[in-house]
Design a protein around this ligand. Sequence first.
Ligand SMILES: [Zn+2]
Ligand SMILES: [Zn+2]
Length: 327
Amino acid sequence: MQAMVLYRPGAPLVWTERPDPVPGPGQLRLRVGACGVCRTDLHIVDGELDSPSLPLIPGHEIVGRVDAIGAGVTGYAPGERVGVPWLARTCGVCAYCVQGRENLCDAPLYTGYTRDGGYASAVLVDAAYAFPLGEQGSDAALAPLLCAGLIGWRSLMLAGPGQRLGIYGYGAAGHLIAQVARAQGRLVYAFTRPGDTATQAFARGGGAVWAGGSDEPAPEPLDAAILYAPVGALVPLALRAVRKGGRVVCAGIHMSDIPAFPYRWLWEERSVQSVANLTRRDGREFLAVAHACGIVTHTTTYPLARANEALADLRAGRYDGAAVLVP
Ligand SMILES: [Zn+2]
Ligand SMILES: [Zn+2]
């Protein structure tokens, strides 16, 4: 198999050839068809998340086909198309797992962080944590659903049912969740990097009722705001944009420091909440919703060998929607 491997945070990924991995009990080996590029990958490669299992193959938005089946796996057939998310394994016995909050498991494994991921031509996955994907849609179109869509879905649920929804950072997750929010009858207000008129136009084309820079005030009070941009300075801005009782949901795994702000911006029962990981239930729910509302993924594809370029383009905001690697 071929892979783009992280040997040292801060250094570029390196093209590497390895023997195909052999699936253990309960595992599947997949031939990777596509793997999305997530902002979390950038945080890992840049060393902002500090416990990757090195050397590491990043990537946790994987679409592949079953190529080998480990002992004890039932319900999967050779050639079947499968999706692999960030949550690779949970312990099943900690207080969080027992309460159905496996996204907060005390002893988890994460795909492309503490276990090898999908920047590769082959990957192992625990069958119990994979999602059957069916045959509708291309591999590249489905890949971003596995994290951008899925974490986006969890953040939308945590934002509550309010009608006026602000989205700060209109990238991979933003453009997918805006479609779900619209299908639910909500109004989407898209906030981009100041001056990024191309992404503002992309957001309006995707149905946002308003799009502007994150330094601009919202045109009317919002019921909730979701932050996909990893910029702590947006938290107080978003608090000022939401109405009394409004929620600000921080969807990223890493964010720059949140600057101090007056308590009165939080006052009147506004709240700030983070989103961590996903449960398998989130995955099943979201994939059904994405299918039902005919979600359209805007992708830019790169050959696997150009993963470093895809990451650099994400860092610089050089494409709209989601980047996807194809082996
Ligand atoms: Zn657990
Ligand atoms: Zn992700």
